[in-house]
Write a protein that binds this ligand. Structure first.
Ligand code: SF4
Length: 432
Protein backbone atom coordinates (compact mmCIF):
# COMPACT_ATOMS: atom_id res chain seq x y z
CA UNK A 1 0.00 0.00 0.00
CA UNK A 2 1.33 3.44 -0.81
CA UNK A 3 1.81 6.12 1.80
CA UNK A 4 -1.32 8.24 2.04
CA UNK A 5 0.01 11.16 4.03
CA UNK A 6 2.15 13.71 2.21
CA UNK A 7 5.27 13.11 4.22
CA UNK A 8 8.25 14.73 2.59
CA UNK A 9 10.12 12.51 0.18
CA UNK A 10 12.70 10.32 1.88
CA UNK A 11 16.32 11.14 1.31
CA UNK A 12 19.34 9.23 2.45
CA UNK A 13 19.97 12.10 4.92
CA UNK A 14 22.39 10.78 7.52
CA UNK A 15 21.95 7.09 6.66
CA UNK A 16 25.65 6.60 6.01
CA UNK A 17 26.84 9.01 8.68
CA UNK A 18 30.16 8.31 10.33
CA UNK A 19 29.57 9.52 13.89
CA UNK A 20 32.16 11.19 16.02
CA UNK A 21 32.79 8.34 18.47
CA UNK A 22 33.98 9.35 21.93
CA UNK A 23 34.81 7.08 24.83
CA UNK A 24 35.70 9.32 27.73
CA UNK A 25 34.07 10.52 30.92
CA UNK A 26 30.27 10.44 30.79
CA UNK A 27 27.64 12.49 32.62
CA UNK A 28 24.49 10.39 32.81
CA UNK A 29 22.15 8.91 35.39
CA UNK A 30 22.18 5.16 36.01
CA UNK A 31 19.55 2.62 34.98
CA UNK A 32 17.84 2.71 38.38
CA UNK A 33 16.15 5.90 37.16
CA UNK A 34 13.81 3.83 34.96
CA UNK A 35 12.06 2.59 38.10
CA UNK A 36 10.48 6.02 38.41
CA UNK A 37 8.29 5.58 35.34
CA UNK A 38 8.15 1.77 35.33
CA UNK A 39 6.61 1.52 38.82
CA UNK A 40 3.87 3.92 37.78
CA UNK A 41 3.13 1.83 34.70
CA UNK A 42 2.97 -1.73 36.04
CA UNK A 43 0.66 -1.18 38.94
CA UNK A 44 1.07 -4.48 40.77
CA UNK A 45 4.87 -4.59 40.48
CA UNK A 46 7.47 -3.76 43.11
CA UNK A 47 11.07 -2.80 42.39
CA UNK A 48 13.50 -3.84 45.11
CA UNK A 49 16.89 -2.28 44.46
CA UNK A 50 19.70 -4.31 45.97
CA UNK A 51 22.12 -1.48 46.50
CA UNK A 52 23.67 1.16 48.71
CA UNK A 53 22.31 4.19 50.53
CA UNK A 54 23.35 6.24 47.48
CA UNK A 55 21.01 4.15 45.32
CA UNK A 56 18.20 4.63 47.85
CA UNK A 57 18.75 8.41 47.86
CA UNK A 58 18.77 8.56 44.07
CA UNK A 59 15.46 6.76 43.74
CA UNK A 60 13.76 8.53 46.61
CA UNK A 61 14.72 12.02 45.54
CA UNK A 62 14.07 11.43 41.85
CA UNK A 63 10.68 9.83 42.43
CA UNK A 64 9.54 12.41 44.99
CA UNK A 65 8.29 9.92 47.59
CA UNK A 66 5.24 11.00 49.54
CA UNK A 67 5.44 10.22 53.23
CA UNK A 68 1.96 8.74 53.49
CA UNK A 69 2.00 6.80 50.24
CA UNK A 70 3.20 3.20 50.10
CA UNK A 71 5.74 3.36 47.28
CA UNK A 72 6.20 0.38 44.99
CA UNK A 73 9.95 0.54 45.12
CA UNK A 74 12.50 0.23 47.90
CA UNK A 75 16.13 -0.55 48.55
CA UNK A 76 17.64 -3.52 50.34
CA UNK A 77 20.78 -1.83 51.60
CA UNK A 78 24.06 -3.62 51.17
CA UNK A 79 26.11 -2.39 54.14
CA UNK A 80 29.76 -2.65 55.16
CA UNK A 81 29.32 -6.11 56.69
CA UNK A 82 27.96 -7.40 53.36
CA UNK A 83 30.73 -5.72 51.39
CA UNK A 84 33.34 -7.20 53.73
CA UNK A 85 31.85 -10.65 53.21
CA UNK A 86 30.90 -10.91 56.90
CA UNK A 87 27.23 -11.66 56.25
CA UNK A 88 25.36 -14.01 53.96
CA UNK A 89 23.80 -11.51 51.57
CA UNK A 90 21.52 -14.12 49.99
CA UNK A 91 20.10 -15.01 53.39
CA UNK A 92 19.50 -11.37 54.24
CA UNK A 93 17.88 -10.72 50.89
CA UNK A 94 15.52 -13.68 51.38
CA UNK A 95 14.52 -12.25 54.73
CA UNK A 96 13.84 -8.78 53.27
CA UNK A 97 11.74 -10.25 50.43
CA UNK A 98 9.79 -12.40 52.88
CA UNK A 99 8.98 -9.36 55.03
CA UNK A 100 8.06 -7.25 52.04
CA UNK A 101 5.68 -9.78 50.51
CA UNK A 102 4.05 -10.50 53.86
CA UNK A 103 3.34 -6.80 54.33
CA UNK A 104 2.33 -6.08 50.72
CA UNK A 105 -0.02 -8.79 49.42
CA UNK A 106 -0.89 -6.53 46.45
CA UNK A 107 2.53 -7.24 44.87
CA UNK A 108 2.26 -9.80 42.06
CA UNK A 109 5.53 -9.10 40.26
CA UNK A 110 8.75 -8.41 42.13
CA UNK A 111 11.89 -7.15 40.44
CA UNK A 112 15.23 -7.58 42.18
CA UNK A 113 17.18 -4.71 40.65
CA UNK A 114 20.96 -4.93 40.62
CA UNK A 115 23.16 -1.88 41.24
CA UNK A 116 26.85 -0.96 41.22
CA UNK A 117 27.42 -2.34 44.75
CA UNK A 118 25.62 -5.62 44.02
CA UNK A 119 27.72 -6.01 40.87
CA UNK A 120 30.92 -5.17 42.71
CA UNK A 121 30.33 -7.96 45.23
CA UNK A 122 29.16 -10.20 42.36
CA UNK A 123 25.81 -10.92 43.95
CA UNK A 124 23.99 -13.35 41.67
CA UNK A 125 20.49 -11.91 41.57
CA UNK A 126 19.27 -14.41 38.98
CA UNK A 127 19.99 -17.18 41.50
CA UNK A 128 18.19 -15.15 44.18
CA UNK A 129 15.17 -14.66 41.88
CA UNK A 130 15.07 -18.37 41.08
CA UNK A 131 15.10 -19.23 44.77
CA UNK A 132 12.37 -16.69 45.53
CA UNK A 133 10.22 -18.03 42.71
CA UNK A 134 10.33 -21.49 44.21
CA UNK A 135 8.94 -20.05 47.43
CA UNK A 136 6.45 -17.46 46.17
CA UNK A 137 5.10 -18.57 42.78
CA UNK A 138 2.33 -18.55 41.63
CA UNK A 139 1.21 -15.73 43.95
CA UNK A 140 4.26 -13.62 43.07
CA UNK A 141 6.65 -13.83 40.17
CA UNK A 142 10.23 -12.70 40.86
CA UNK A 143 12.51 -11.39 38.11
CA UNK A 144 15.85 -9.64 38.15
CA UNK A 145 17.69 -7.12 36.02
CA UNK A 146 20.56 -4.69 36.41
CA UNK A 147 20.11 -0.94 36.79
CA UNK A 148 23.75 -0.33 37.61
CA UNK A 149 25.51 2.77 36.40
CA UNK A 150 28.73 0.99 35.55
CA UNK A 151 28.02 0.47 31.87
CA UNK A 152 24.72 2.14 31.14
CA UNK A 153 22.79 5.25 30.44
CA UNK A 154 19.59 5.64 32.38
CA UNK A 155 17.05 4.51 29.79
CA UNK A 156 18.81 1.14 29.56
CA UNK A 157 17.16 0.38 32.90
CA UNK A 158 13.81 0.12 31.11
CA UNK A 159 15.35 -1.96 28.36
CA UNK A 160 16.83 -4.39 30.89
CA UNK A 161 13.53 -4.58 32.79
CA UNK A 162 11.41 -5.30 29.71
CA UNK A 163 13.94 -7.77 28.35
CA UNK A 164 13.77 -9.65 31.68
CA UNK A 165 9.99 -10.00 31.24
CA UNK A 166 10.04 -11.30 27.67
CA UNK A 167 10.90 -14.97 28.37
CA UNK A 168 7.87 -15.18 30.70
CA UNK A 169 5.37 -13.74 28.21
CA UNK A 170 2.72 -16.29 27.31
CA UNK A 171 2.82 -17.88 23.87
CA UNK A 172 -0.29 -17.46 21.72
CA UNK A 173 -1.37 -21.10 21.91
CA UNK A 174 -1.76 -20.73 25.64
CA UNK A 175 -4.01 -17.69 25.44
CA UNK A 176 -5.90 -17.50 22.16
CA UNK A 177 -9.19 -19.32 21.83
CA UNK A 178 -9.08 -19.35 18.07
CA UNK A 179 -7.21 -18.07 15.09
CA UNK A 180 -4.08 -18.09 17.15
CA UNK A 181 -1.69 -17.57 14.29
CA UNK A 182 -3.32 -14.40 12.90
CA UNK A 183 -0.77 -11.57 12.93
CA UNK A 184 -1.18 -9.29 15.92
CA UNK A 185 0.26 -5.87 16.71
CA UNK A 186 2.24 -5.11 19.87
CA UNK A 187 3.50 -1.67 20.87
CA UNK A 188 6.67 -1.94 22.92
CA UNK A 189 7.96 0.64 25.38
CA UNK A 190 6.57 2.40 28.43
CA UNK A 191 4.11 5.13 27.54
CA UNK A 192 2.05 7.33 29.84
CA UNK A 193 -1.45 5.85 30.17
CA UNK A 194 -2.99 8.85 28.43
CA UNK A 195 -0.71 8.37 25.41
CA UNK A 196 -1.36 4.63 25.35
CA UNK A 197 -5.12 5.27 25.30
CA UNK A 198 -4.81 7.74 22.41
CA UNK A 199 -2.63 5.44 20.31
CA UNK A 200 -4.86 2.45 21.03
CA UNK A 201 -7.85 4.50 19.97
CA UNK A 202 -6.21 5.53 16.67
CA UNK A 203 -5.14 1.98 15.86
CA UNK A 204 -8.55 0.56 16.76
CA UNK A 205 -10.19 3.12 14.48
CA UNK A 206 -8.17 1.51 11.70
CA UNK A 207 -9.58 -1.86 12.75
CA UNK A 208 -6.39 -3.07 14.43
CA UNK A 209 -6.28 -4.90 17.74
CA UNK A 210 -3.19 -3.93 19.69
CA UNK A 211 -1.46 -4.99 22.88
CA UNK A 212 0.95 -2.81 24.82
CA UNK A 213 4.11 -4.03 26.51
CA UNK A 214 4.70 -3.46 29.36
CA UNK A 215 1.06 -3.81 30.41
CA UNK A 216 -0.54 -1.83 33.23
CA UNK A 217 -0.98 -5.01 35.26
CA UNK A 218 1.35 -7.99 35.36
CA UNK A 219 -1.62 -10.35 35.12
CA UNK A 220 -2.32 -9.05 31.59
CA UNK A 221 0.97 -9.86 29.89
CA UNK A 222 0.53 -9.91 26.11
CA UNK A 223 1.16 -13.12 24.18
CA UNK A 224 4.19 -13.18 21.91
CA UNK A 225 5.21 -15.50 19.10
CA UNK A 226 5.80 -15.67 15.36
CA UNK A 227 2.40 -13.99 14.85
CA UNK A 228 3.59 -10.84 16.68
CA UNK A 229 4.48 -7.70 14.74
CA UNK A 230 5.91 -5.09 17.06
CA UNK A 231 6.40 -1.36 16.82
CA UNK A 232 8.87 0.27 19.17
CA UNK A 233 7.44 3.29 20.96
CA UNK A 234 10.81 4.11 22.55
CA UNK A 235 14.20 4.17 20.84
CA UNK A 236 16.20 2.61 23.68
CA UNK A 237 14.94 -0.96 23.64
CA UNK A 238 17.61 -2.89 21.77
CA UNK A 239 17.79 -5.84 24.20
CA UNK A 240 14.00 -6.06 24.48
CA UNK A 241 13.66 -6.10 20.70
CA UNK A 242 16.27 -8.85 20.47
CA UNK A 243 14.46 -10.90 23.13
CA UNK A 244 11.13 -10.51 21.30
CA UNK A 245 12.74 -11.51 18.02
CA UNK A 246 14.15 -14.59 19.75
CA UNK A 247 10.50 -15.49 20.49
CA UNK A 248 9.72 -15.19 16.77
CA UNK A 249 8.22 -11.67 16.80
CA UNK A 250 8.91 -9.35 13.86
CA UNK A 251 9.98 -5.75 14.26
CA UNK A 252 8.20 -3.18 12.08
CA UNK A 253 10.82 -0.57 11.20
CA UNK A 254 9.57 2.99 11.62
CA UNK A 255 10.49 6.40 12.92
CA UNK A 256 9.32 7.02 16.48
CA UNK A 257 5.95 8.60 17.27
CA UNK A 258 7.30 12.05 18.09
CA UNK A 259 5.71 15.03 16.35
CA UNK A 260 2.96 15.00 13.75
CA UNK A 261 5.05 13.59 10.94
CA UNK A 262 6.69 10.99 13.21
CA UNK A 263 3.36 9.82 14.64
CA UNK A 264 1.84 9.56 11.15
CA UNK A 265 4.76 7.53 9.81
CA UNK A 266 4.75 5.29 12.90
CA UNK A 267 1.02 4.59 12.52
CA UNK A 268 1.51 4.11 8.80
CA UNK A 269 4.05 1.33 9.45
CA UNK A 270 1.35 -0.63 11.30
CA UNK A 271 -1.33 0.25 8.73
CA UNK A 272 0.87 -0.95 5.87
CA UNK A 273 1.72 -4.21 7.61
CA UNK A 274 -1.93 -4.99 8.33
CA UNK A 275 -3.30 -3.85 4.96
CA UNK A 276 -5.33 -0.87 6.19
CA UNK A 277 -6.66 1.05 3.20
CA UNK A 278 -5.55 4.68 2.62
CA UNK A 279 -9.16 5.82 3.11
CA UNK A 280 -9.50 4.16 6.51
CA UNK A 281 -6.08 5.46 7.55
CA UNK A 282 -7.06 8.97 6.53
CA UNK A 283 -10.40 8.79 8.37
CA UNK A 284 -8.72 7.59 11.54
CA UNK A 285 -5.89 10.12 11.59
CA UNK A 286 -7.06 13.27 9.76
CA UNK A 287 -8.74 15.13 12.63
CA UNK A 288 -6.07 14.68 15.33
CA UNK A 289 -3.34 15.26 12.75
CA UNK A 290 -4.82 18.56 11.64
CA UNK A 291 -5.33 19.67 15.24
CA UNK A 292 -1.72 18.86 16.02
CA UNK A 293 -0.42 20.66 12.92
CA UNK A 294 -2.29 23.79 13.91
CA UNK A 295 -0.98 23.68 17.48
CA UNK A 296 2.57 23.13 16.25
CA UNK A 297 2.50 26.15 13.94
CA UNK A 298 2.35 28.44 16.99
CA UNK A 299 5.50 26.89 18.44
CA UNK A 300 7.30 26.95 15.09
CA UNK A 301 7.22 30.76 15.03
CA UNK A 302 9.28 30.80 18.22
CA UNK A 303 11.70 28.00 17.36
CA UNK A 304 12.38 28.43 13.63
CA UNK A 305 16.07 29.04 12.98
CA UNK A 306 17.15 28.50 16.60
CA UNK A 307 20.35 26.45 16.92
CA UNK A 308 20.15 23.39 19.17
CA UNK A 309 22.84 21.10 20.63
CA UNK A 310 22.00 17.69 22.12
CA UNK A 311 24.31 16.10 24.69
CA UNK A 312 24.03 12.29 24.83
CA UNK A 313 21.66 11.28 27.61
CA UNK A 314 18.32 9.56 27.06
CA UNK A 315 18.80 7.93 23.62
CA UNK A 316 15.83 10.00 22.43
CA UNK A 317 18.21 12.53 20.90
CA UNK A 318 18.10 11.43 17.25
CA UNK A 319 14.28 11.21 17.01
CA UNK A 320 14.00 14.55 18.85
CA UNK A 321 16.54 16.15 16.50
CA UNK A 322 14.55 14.89 13.51
CA UNK A 323 11.38 16.39 15.00
CA UNK A 324 12.79 19.81 15.91
CA UNK A 325 14.52 20.14 12.55
CA UNK A 326 11.79 18.94 10.20
CA UNK A 327 8.70 20.14 12.02
CA UNK A 328 9.97 23.20 13.88
CA UNK A 329 12.74 24.43 11.57
CA UNK A 330 15.50 24.34 14.21
CA UNK A 331 19.13 24.04 13.13
CA UNK A 332 21.06 21.07 14.48
CA UNK A 333 24.50 21.97 15.81
CA UNK A 334 25.37 18.56 17.26
CA UNK A 335 23.26 15.51 18.01
CA UNK A 336 24.89 13.37 20.69
CA UNK A 337 23.60 9.92 21.53
CA UNK A 338 24.93 7.44 24.10
CA UNK A 339 24.64 4.60 21.55
CA UNK A 340 23.86 4.62 17.87
CA UNK A 341 21.65 1.63 17.03
CA UNK A 342 21.78 1.89 13.25
CA UNK A 343 18.99 -0.59 12.59
CA UNK A 344 16.44 0.96 14.96
CA UNK A 345 17.53 4.45 13.91
CA UNK A 346 17.61 3.80 10.15
CA UNK A 347 14.38 5.67 9.35
CA UNK A 348 15.32 8.51 11.71
CA UNK A 349 18.80 8.91 10.24
CA UNK A 350 17.36 9.06 6.74
CA UNK A 351 15.26 12.04 7.85
CA UNK A 352 18.10 14.04 9.37
CA UNK A 353 19.72 16.60 7.09
CA UNK A 354 22.89 15.32 5.42
CA UNK A 355 26.01 16.57 7.17
CA UNK A 356 24.50 16.70 10.68
CA UNK A 357 27.23 16.30 13.29
CA UNK A 358 26.27 13.13 15.14
CA UNK A 359 28.36 12.01 18.09
CA UNK A 360 28.19 8.65 19.86
CA UNK A 361 29.34 8.16 23.45
CA UNK A 362 30.90 11.00 25.36
CA UNK A 363 34.08 12.70 26.40
CA UNK A 364 32.37 15.38 28.39
CA UNK A 365 35.17 17.97 28.52
CA UNK A 366 35.75 17.85 24.79
CA UNK A 367 32.03 18.01 24.13
CA UNK A 368 31.64 21.00 26.45
CA UNK A 369 34.47 22.75 24.57
CA UNK A 370 32.67 22.14 21.27
CA UNK A 371 29.40 23.34 22.71
CA UNK A 372 30.86 26.56 24.10
CA UNK A 373 32.66 27.24 20.82
CA UNK A 374 29.42 26.70 18.86
CA UNK A 375 27.37 28.90 21.23
CA UNK A 376 23.99 27.29 20.41
CA UNK A 377 20.70 28.96 21.37
CA UNK A 378 19.50 25.88 23.27
CA UNK A 379 21.27 22.87 24.78
CA UNK A 380 19.51 19.63 25.76
CA UNK A 381 21.60 17.95 28.45
CA UNK A 382 21.66 16.08 31.74
CA UNK A 383 21.02 17.82 35.05
CA UNK A 384 24.70 17.85 35.95
CA UNK A 385 25.65 19.94 32.92
CA UNK A 386 22.68 22.30 32.89
CA UNK A 387 23.74 24.67 35.70
CA UNK A 388 27.35 25.12 34.52
CA UNK A 389 26.10 25.85 31.01
CA UNK A 390 23.44 28.28 32.26
CA UNK A 391 26.20 30.03 34.22
CA UNK A 392 27.98 30.53 30.87
CA UNK A 393 24.86 32.19 29.47
CA UNK A 394 23.63 29.15 27.52
CA UNK A 395 19.95 28.21 27.69
CA UNK A 396 19.35 24.58 28.62
CA UNK A 397 16.63 21.95 28.75
CA UNK A 398 16.95 18.93 31.05
CA UNK A 399 16.96 15.81 28.89
CA UNK A 400 15.33 13.72 31.61
CA UNK A 401 12.19 15.87 31.44
CA UNK A 402 11.67 14.60 27.91
CA UNK A 403 11.50 11.06 29.29
CA UNK A 404 9.20 11.86 32.22
CA UNK A 405 6.74 13.92 30.17
CA UNK A 406 4.14 12.36 27.85
CA UNK A 407 5.49 13.44 24.44
CA UNK A 408 4.40 10.76 21.96
CA UNK A 409 1.46 11.02 19.59
CA UNK A 410 -0.53 13.80 17.92
CA UNK A 411 -2.08 15.32 21.04
CA UNK A 412 1.35 15.74 22.65
CA UNK A 413 3.20 17.18 19.62
CA UNK A 414 2.70 20.82 20.62
CA UNK A 415 3.52 20.04 24.26
CA UNK A 416 6.75 18.47 23.07
CA UNK A 417 7.59 21.59 21.07
CA UNK A 418 6.71 23.64 24.15
CA UNK A 419 9.43 21.85 26.11
CA UNK A 420 11.95 23.42 23.71
CA UNK A 421 10.37 26.87 23.44
CA UNK A 422 9.79 27.43 27.18
CA UNK A 423 13.45 27.82 28.19
CA UNK A 424 14.00 30.23 25.30
CA UNK A 425 10.99 32.31 26.38
CA UNK A 426 12.28 32.31 29.96
CA UNK A 427 15.67 33.53 28.78
CA UNK A 428 14.04 36.33 26.76
CA UNK A 429 12.01 37.43 29.78
CA UNK A 430 15.08 37.49 32.00
CA UNK A 431 16.96 39.54 29.42
CA UNK A 432 14.09 42.07 29.01
S1 SF4 B 1 23.39 1.99 40.86
FE1 SF4 B 1 25.46 2.86 40.93
S2 SF4 B 1 25.27 4.84 39.85
FE2 SF4 B 1 23.18 4.18 40.41
S3 SF4 B 1 22.78 5.20 42.38
FE3 SF4 B 1 23.56 3.10 42.82
S4 SF4 B 1 25.78 3.41 43.10
FE4 SF4 B 1 25.01 5.24 42.05
Amino acid sequence: MSTVIPIRAETSGCTDVVPLVERGQREVFCGLTGIIWLHRKIQDAFFLVVGSRTCAHLIQSAAGVMIFAEPRFGTAIIDERDLAGLADVHEELDRVVQQLLARRPDIRLLFLVGSCPSEVIKLDLSRAAERQNQIHQPAVRVLNYSGSGIETTFTQGEDACLAAMVPGLPSPAATALSNETAPALMVVGTLADVVEDQLRNLLERMGLQVSFFPPRNSQNMPAVGPHTRFLLAQPFLADTARALQARGAQHLPAVFPLGVEGTTAWLQAAATEFGVTPEVFEQATAAPRQRAEKALAVQRDMLQGQRIFFFPDSQLEIPLARFVHRELGMDLVEVGTPYLHRQHMAAELAWLPAGTRISEGQDVDRQLDRCLADAPDLVVCGLGLANPLEAQGITTKWAIELVFTPIQGYEQAADLAGLFSRPLKRRLKLAA
